[in-house]
Design a protein around this ligand. Structure first.
Ligand code: HEC
Ligand code: HEC
Ligand code: HEC
Ligand code: HEC
Length: 320
C-alpha cells in the first residue's frame, strides 16, 4: 500500500500520530519525519495496534470515565497528575468512531460495510440504556470479547431443533435460530459466518441433510453482495426440510460452526493466488494471517434430538 491507503487503515488500527510516523519511517514513505520520534515513544509502537493512549491520552493529558461510585479516593500526589473525567467514555458513540461508517462511507448493495452503531441504535438495547460497554467492557474490564469468543456467541445465538415424523418414510426437521443477545446484527460485520448444519444419524449413517449460513457474504473485492442472512436484534429465522428416513431409531443433530474470519480466509487465499511474485517475507506474513483466520474457527455444542418413530408421536424438541 502507499501512504494514503495505509493511513486510511491506520486511522482505526493504529491511530496515534507517533504510530503513523514510525510506519512512514519504516516503509520509506514520503512525508516521514526527518528525525525518529521522541524517546518516550517505543520503537515498535506502530506494530502494537490500538494502544491505551489512542483512547486515553490527548496532548499528554489523561482522560477517562468518572470514578465509579465507591472507588477509593487517591490521597496526595496522583499518578500522571490525575485525569480528566469525561462521561463520553461510557457512551456508545465513543465506539462508533471506529465501528460505524459515516453515511457517505462505502456501501455494497445500498448498505454500509460497517453499521454497528446504527444497528444498536434501532434495537431494544439502546432503548433500555444498554451501551456497547455494558456487554463488551463489563465492570469496565477491557475485554472486548465478540465473535471470537464461544461463550459470547453461545449466549447470543438461540438455537432450537424440532423433529416430527411425517409418515413411515419421511421426517421433517425444523431449525430455529434467534439473535437473543447481540446488541446489533448477529454477526454485525461482513467478516464472520455461522454455519448451522443438520445431520441425520442412525445405524451406520452420518449424513449431512441441510445447511444454513448466518452472515453477510460479499465477494473478495467487497463490491458485490452474495447474501445477507444476518439476524437483527431479537429476530429469528426458521428453516425446515423433509428427509427420507425409514422406520427405526434415527436422530437429527445440529452442528454449529463459527468462522470469525471467514471473509479473510477467502481474501488472503485470493491475494496469494493473484500475486505469485510476492517476496518471501510478505508471503510468510500472508500465510501466517491465513493460518490464524482458519485456526480461529470453533464449534458450539451439538444439539441432538430423536426422530419420533410413529407419525402419531409428538414432535421432539431440543433447545440451548
Ligand atoms: C473505520 C475503522 C476501520 C478502518 C478504516 C479499517 N478497519 Fe480493519 N477493522 C476494523 C474493526 C472494527 C475490525 C474488527 C472487526 C471484527 O473483528 O469483526 C477490523 C478488522 C480488520 C482485520 C482483521 C483483524 C483480525 O485480527 O482478525 C484486518 C486484516 C483489517 N481490519 C484490515 C484493514 C485494512 C487493510 C484496512 C485499510 C484498507 C482497514 N482494516 C481499515 C476497523 C477498521
Ligand atoms: C478502544 C478504546 C480503549 C483502549 C484502547 C483502552 N481503553 Fe481504557 N477505557 C475505555 C473506555 C470506553 C472506558 C470506560 C468504560 C465504561 O465506562 O464502561 C475505559 C476505562 C478505563 C479506566 C477506568 C477504569 C475504572 O474502573 O474506572 C482505566 C484506568 C483505563 N481505561 C485504562 C486503560 C489502559 C491502561 C489501557 C491500555 C492497556 C486502556 N485503558 C486501553 C476505552 C479504552
Ligand atoms: C480507535 C478505533 C476503535 C475504537 C474507538 C473502538 N474500537 Fe473496537 N476495535 C477496533 C479495531 C481496529 C478492532 C480489531 C482489532 C483486531 O482484530 O486486530 C476492534 C475490535 C473490537 C471487538 C472484537 C471483535 C471480534 O472480532 O471479536 C469488539 C467487541 C470491539 N472492538 C468493541 C468496541 C467497543 C465496545 C468500543 C467502545 C467502548 C470500541 N470497540 C472502540 C477499533 C476501535
Ligand atoms: C446486548 C449486548 C451487546 C451490546 C449492547 C453490543 N454488543 Fe457487540 N456483541 C455482542 C455479542 C454477544 C457478540 C458476539 C456475537 C456477534 O458477533 O454478534 C458481539 C459482537 C461484536 C463484534 C464482533 C464482530 C461481529 O461481526 O459481530 C463487534 C465489533 C461488536 N460486537 C461491537 C459492538 C459495538 C460497537 C456496540 C455498540 C454500538 C456493541 N457491540 C453493542 C453483544 C453486544
Amino acid at each position: 500500500m502507499d501512504q494514503g491507503h495505509g493511513n486510511d487503515c491506520l486511522r482505526c488500527h493504529a491511530p496515534l500520530a507517533e504510530q503513523k510516523a514510525l510506519m512512514a519511517l519504516e516503509r520509506g514513505w514520503p512525508n516521514a519525519p526527518a528525525a525518529p520520534p521522541p524517546g518516550w515513544v517505543p520503537a515498535d509502537l506502530h506494530l502494537r495496534g490500538l494502544a491505551c493512549a489512542a483512547c486515553h491520552v490527548r496532548r499528554h493529558e489523561r482522560f477517562g470515565p468518572p470514578a465509579r461510585p465507591g472507588a477509593p479516593a487517591i490521597e496526595g500526589r496522583k499518578p500522571h497528575g490525575g485525569f480528566v473525567a469525561e462521561a463520553a467514555f461510557s457512551d456508545s458513540r465513543f465506539c462508533s468512531t471506529c465501528h460505524q461508517f459515516a453515511p457517505d462511507g462505502r456501501r455494497v448493495n445500498g448498505k454500509l460495510l460497517e453499521n454497528t452503531y446504527e444497528e444498536w441504535r434501532a434495537s431494544r438495547h439502546a432503548r433500555e440504556g444498554r451501551a456497547c460497554q455494558a456487554c463488551h467492557m463489563p465492570e469496565r474490564r477491557h475485554l472486548w470479547r465478540g465473535i471470537h469468543d464461544p461463550e459470547m456467541v453461545k449466549r447470543a445465538l438461540g438455537r432450537e431443533v424440532t423433529a416430527a415424523r411425517l409418515d413411515a418414510g419421511r421426517a421433517r426437521v425444523t431449525v430455529r435460530l434467534a439473535n437473543r443477545g447481540a446488541g446489533h446484527h448477529l454477526p454485525t460485520y461482513v467478516v464472520p459466518k455461522i454455519m448451522a448444519s443438520v445431520y441425520l444419524r442412525g445405524p451406520g449413517t452420518h449424513m449431512l441433510v441441510g445447511q444454513h449460513v448466518v452472515g453477510r457474504t460479499l465477494n473478495v473485492a467487497l463490491d458485490r453482495e452474495i447474501a445477507d442472512t444476518r439476524l437483527a436484534p431479537d429476530a429469528t429465522h426458521e428453516f425446515a426440510f423433509d428427509i427420507a428416513v425409514g422406520p427405526g431409531r434415527w436422530r437429527a443433530v445440529l452442528r454449529t460452526e463459527v468462522a470469525p474470519g471467514e471473509h479473510y480466509e477467502r481474501m488472503f487465499a485470493d491475494m496469494r493466488r493473484r500475486n505469485p511474485g510476492l517476496d518471501e517475507a510478505t508471503r510468510a506474513q500472508l500465510d501466517e494471517a491465513l493460518g490464524k483466520a482458519v485456526a480461529a474457527r470453533f464449534f458450539l455444542d451439538e444439539l441432538e434430538v430423536a426422530i419420533p418413530e410413529a407419525p402419531a408421536d409428538a414432535p421432539a424438541r431440543v433447545a440451548n
